[in-house]
Design a protein around this ligand. Sequence first.
Ligand SMILES: NC(=O)c1ccc[n+]([C@@H]2O[C@H](COP(=O)([O-])OP(=O)(O)OC[C@H]3O[C@@H](n4cnc5c(N)ncnc54)[C@H](O)[C@@H]3O)[C@@H](O)[C@H]2O)c1
Length: 364
Amino acid sequence: MELFNTIYKGKKVLITGHTGFKGSWLSLWLTRLGAHVVGYSIDVPTKPSHFKLLNLNITSITGDILDKRKLLQTVETHKPDIIFHMAAQPLVRLSYEEPTRTFETNITGTVNVLESCRKTRTTKAVLIITSDKCYQNKETVRGYQEDDAMGGDDPYSASKGCAELVTHAYRHSFFHPDQFNKTHSTLVATARAGNVIGGGDWAADRLIPDIMKAAAKKEKMSIRNPHAVRPWQHVLEPLSGYLQLGQKLLEKQREFADAWNFGPSEKAFLTAKEVTKSIKKHWHEIDFTTEVNRGSLHEATLLTLDSSKARRKLKWKSIWDTDTTFEQTTNWYKNFYTDGTILSEDNLDQYISDALRTNAPWVK
Ligand SMILES: NC(=O)c1ccc[n+]([C@@H]2O[C@H](COP(=O)([O-])OP(=O)(O)OC[C@H]3O[C@@H](n4cnc5c(N)ncnc54)[C@H](O)[C@@H]3O)[C@@H](O)[C@H]2O)c1
């Protein structure tokens, strides 16, 4: 089987934030693809940790994204072909408590990654991971498109909008696609995805991990903002998009050095209450009440991504419907809490074989 045109085989890949939820899944997938993965993260953010449970054979560096000397040294030493920048303070609620750290990590951290590339000039492709929250949220029904205005009413969202603007400025000023192979040899893109779920997420204040932790303890879970609509996709869906995009950049297709949305189809927009009901089908211990907290911190009620550009130009598409996504995710946690083993490899196998069956362009 050929995945992503075998582009990642033997490639040096730097993942910042590799110990986190998305970073650990990406490390697993890239290791499978034969890449030499180097990870750079400040800590292992949760306990338990998906990253630790995977126990992958990669180079793992402990470092702060704000430590620009160490980051530069890492890029100089390992000379990654491609960087996936995921290190961030990724939680909206925590960003109200720690706005300075959120802005510094998410904005200056992005500057430091791009500066390392500008100074070393050895990295061929950079993918900056931001969020659907980077858009100025007008609470409209229409999905946000890549050229919509950046914004953000809370520190996290604004920091992701800023990370996009920073990347745009670096691409325009130092890594312009028109100057590729003339003044520089680095293609830079950004990727915006929404809420992702999957086994191994233990971050605070996220619906699925909170439900799973409560179910494991046989406790009743209180659902905050039960009517808030969110997109729900398995973590492997945007990761397949990031890997497709990375492939195009490594293949020197400069028209892909741009911003990209990777959201799910409209059918995957569900309220928190609908999600909880749906996952209860797969784990009967799940028990919940709902709580509408009017005085709570502002949280956007509707944010949808229009991913037609990725579908059209990358032929990217979701492989799993919401039911499969919830089933795979719930079974992962149920299995972990029952016998301590993880199903990540099996999930990845299943995802790839479903992608092959449904003619996804990245698997042949
Ligand atoms: N999980 C989601 O639903 C979601 C949705 C949209 C966007 N994102 C974005 O995807 C990326 C990964 O998110 P995640 O859910 O895996 O987060 P996570 O909290 O699980 O992982 C964050 C990672 O960043 C590292 N990190 C944090 N601060 C750092 C610092 N100062 N220096 C170096 N490393 C640091 C942590 O050690 C960890 O490896 C983030 O950029 C996040 O904003 C996530």
